[in-house]
Write a protein that binds this ligand. Structure first.
Ligand code: AVI
Length: 742
């Protein structure tokens, strides 16, 4: 309880309060351990399923031994140890505290019984309650040790759940630890990447809150620009790895990992079970359940996580990268909830998801001492430091980690072959190759200009393309709907202009949706060349067109049609018809539109036709609504340009610091999109710093709107004459059939 407003708390009162807070935390943590064992029989709690695991009974005794050994015996002269043999049975690895039972033999202890261990716990708890209510509880050293003992006990709570799951996974019938409700599944969508500029950063724990010695001291680390995946890898993605021979390809594995794959016959994560007729199932705290494709893949060794990252063309994050990215995020996310006990799905929130309390995330960092590391004083100095060899760091906590236990600086560690933990993986990659990419050069140039601008062609990464598809279906965005209706109506007439055996060349084909109207109306087309800069969209669209038009030769061309390109031979040797729908021509300034039309004419040849969709000038209200829709999809599309800079160029732009603006520029006959800075702010891209004032904008797109005469004039300057034109009723949109004329 905090003191009442205005009341000044006396030091002895606050000490009293702190003391009782510690005592009540002690009681809570100790009770939580026992409650975790409630679903288990005494037999369940006595056995050990492998040398790395320990019986639940041992965990309950060992955590009590910790308080007895490090707090009660040294500080309570009257304390009577419960049983002199327990020091031997329940010491884990503290050399300073004498000999102990070998770890692999912990499951061979039937005496003491479970009820004797419970009596031991009560004995220790009574003595601890008395210690915590006496003067010793004011001693910072003692308080620190109690905190350590409680953090230690919370670690063992997680171990109890891990070890029980391993035990039950071996048991015929795969019994559940608890009956748990089925989790509704939801596709997290494609994995995105969040970029970080890196540089000289600080990691490690600082301040008054509790931390283990291995998290200290806070120190500086140099980070190259990097990106972190915005969510964990899913079971569905892991299946693709398996289906692609992931466990059968030595080139993907570290040598020691590959040795294990062969020696132990690894072919899937430890708890996956393949059932004939049922497909993949997974052993979980709720028992054996059908594998949820959308849930994060769990219980991986470091070797598996590392092999997957290599297969995906990525890498694991370093622990410093992970911690730098996690700073300031919600450390209280997820964690132990006995009603769920399942890692949370990624959801569709923007930014880094599943960072805390979902699954421990493997890093590529060896578990080593930080510069200036000093183990805690006394025997508890053996807690962490002596394990700083041959293990790897994991970050973030998991569904079995007690709430409040984990933090951004927390370093968990396991041997790379171990995989019974709740461990998953988040991918990372380097940003440096973009340093001399055209995107980087264009972004730097545009952001350095006055007024600031960015080229609209960079809207179309995977996310941007998906957002554009969504825009095309919006009620306000009349362009797609109107043009499709127009093409349906005109396709028969247009087909009359197309030569037999011709090739259709589409500039910026995207999903190739409108193309089908032409392919259906003009069966004389024998070749289709979709051209796009998105490899994914191109491959997907080409596969679908091939499947639906089996007689058509489909030759996709991965190219930026604003740059030099070479048409495939099958197109060169046929008469050619170009197709450029959607009024994308309006995204060029008029001079560049003429240049583009002239280049297209050169590629399409002397007898070519060119079918071009063109949006017409109309009422300002209709135009502005089309570029500033009520659902905010276009705003998202616009902001994704900044997101892409962060992801691909290591930018650190705060997206929430920008708004979307769409304006009609009557003088230039164009719709303009801008990103408006909400405040004076600065950001960096590619190591360069940019300042932007409140209200200042980054001009991100022009969409020119034409009159029929205006567009014919433009086409004429590029060597095309209008062979046919079809115009929709309001909202006005035109399809032109241009013919080469000189
Ligand atoms: C691709 N291009 C024709 C679209 C347009 O209308 O200028 C891109 C777009 N920008 C905002 N909404 C749609």
């Amino acid at each position: 309880m905090t003191p009442a407003d205005g009341a000044v708390e006396r030091p002895e009162e606050s000490a009293q309060r702190g003391q009782s807070a510690l005592a009540s935390r002690y009681a809570h943590v100790r009770a939580q351990t026992v409650s975790l064992t409630m679903p288990l029989s005494a037999e369940d709690q006595a056995v050990q399923s492998m040398p790395d695991a320990s019986p639940a009974k041992w965990h309950q005794a060992h955590t009590s031994w910790f308080f007895e050994t490090f707090l009660l015996i040294p500080n309570e002269p009257a304390y009577q140890p419960f049983d002199p043999l327990f020091g031997y049975l329940f010491n884990s690895y503290y050399e300073a505290m004498g000999p102990r039972r070998a770890r692999p033999a912990r499951g061979l202890v039937t005496r003491p019984s479970l009820s004797e261990v419970r009596a031991y716990r009560r004995h220790v708890d009574e003595a601890m309650e008395s210690l915590l209510s006496g003067p010793a509880a004011d001693d910072p050293a003692i308080r620190g040790l109690v905190e350590l003992g409680l953090a230690h006990e919370e670690q063992h709570q997680e171990l109890i759940l891990m070890d029980v799951l391993h035990l039950f996974s071996q048991m015929p019938g795969h019994p559940p630890y608890r009956q748990l409700p089925g989790e509704p599944s939801a596709d997290p969508g494609p994995m995105g990447f969040v970029g970080f500029a890196g540089g000289l950063v600080e990691i490690g724990h600082a301040g008054d809150g509790f931390s283990f010695d291995n998290e200290r001291p806070r120190h500086r680390v140099w980070l190259e620009p990097y990106r972190l995946a915005d969510r964990l890898v899913t079971n569905g993605e892991w299946r693709a790895f398996i289906d692609d021979g992931g466990y059968a390809r030595p080139e993907l594995w570290l040598s020691d990992g590959w040795g294990l794959v062969k020696a132990e016959g690894w072919a899937h994560p430890i708890y996956w079970v393949e059932h004939t007729g049922q497909g993949w199932c997974e052993m979980s705290p709720g028992g054996l359940k059908p594998l949820d494709e959308h849930a994060p893949v769990s219980h991986l060794s470091h070797y598996e996580a590392d092999a997957y990252a290599r297969w995906a063309g990525k890498r694991l994050p370093t622990e410093a990268e992970w911690e730098h990215a996690a700073a300031g995020l919600d450390e209280g996310e997820g964690g132990l909830d006995l009603e769920r006990l399942a890692p949370a799905l990624a959801g569709d929130r923007a930014g880094l998801r599943q960072m805390f309390g979902t699954l421990w995330q493997w890093t590529s960092s060896a578990y080593l001492a930080y510069p200036g590391f000093a183990p805690d004083a006394g025997a508890v100095g053996e807690y962490n430091g002596k394990f700083m060899m041959s293990q790897m760091v994991l970050r973030g906590g998991c569904v079995a980690t007690p709430k409040g236990h984990v933090r951004a600086t927390y370093r968990n560690f396991f041997y790379p072959h171990q995989r019974w933990m709740f461990s998953g993986l988040r991918l990372a990659d380097d940003v440096s190759p973009a340093a001399d990419s055209p995107f980087m050069a264009d972004a730097i140039e545009g952001l350095s200009a006055t007024p600031k601008r960015l080229p609209a062609k960079y809207f179309y990464d995977e996310r941007g393309s998906a957002l554009f598809e969504a825009i095309c279906g919006l009620p306000e965005y009349y362009l797609t709907r109107t043009e499709t209706a127009l093409l349906k109506h005109a396709a028969g007439e247009i087909a009359g202009y197309i030569s037999p055996n011709a090739a259709l060349v589409e500039f910026g084909s995207g999903a190739s949706t409108k193309t089908r109207l032409l392919l259906d109306a003009a069966p004389q087309l024998s070749v289709y060349v979709p051209m796009d800069i998105s490899a994914d969209a191109l491959a997907r669209a080409a596969a679908q067109i091939r499947a639906d038009y089996p007689k058509l030769i489909v030759e996709p061309l991965l190219a930026d049609f604003t740059q030099a390109f070479d048409l495939p031979q099958v197109a060169k040797e046929r008469p050619r018809t170009g197709f450029f729908p959607g009024s994308t021509i309006g995204n060029f300034p008029p001079e560049e539109a003429v240049e583009f039309l002239a280049i297209a004419r050169k590629h399409l040849g002397e007898d070519a036709q060119f079918i071009v969709g063109v949006d017409l000038v109309k009422d300002q209200g209709v135009l502005v609504a089309a570029y500033d829709d009520a659902q905010g999809v276009t705003a998202h599309f616009n902001l994704n340009l900044l997101g892409r800079i962060n992801r691909e160029l290591g930018g650190d732009i705060d997206l929430a610091g920008f708004g979307h603006r769409a304006v009609w520029n009557a003088a230039d006959s164009r719709m303009e999109m801008h990103l408006v800075s909400r405040a004076d702010q600065s950001f960096s891209v590619g190591g360069r710093r940019f300042d932007i004032a409140a209200g200042e904008t980054i001009h991100s797109e022009n969409s020119y709107k034409f009159t029929l005469e205006g567009f014919s004039g433009l086409a004429d300057r590029a060597g095309w004459r209008v062979g046919g034109q079809w115009v929709s009723p309001d909202p006005g949109f035109a399809v032109f059939l241009l013919q080469a004329w000189r």
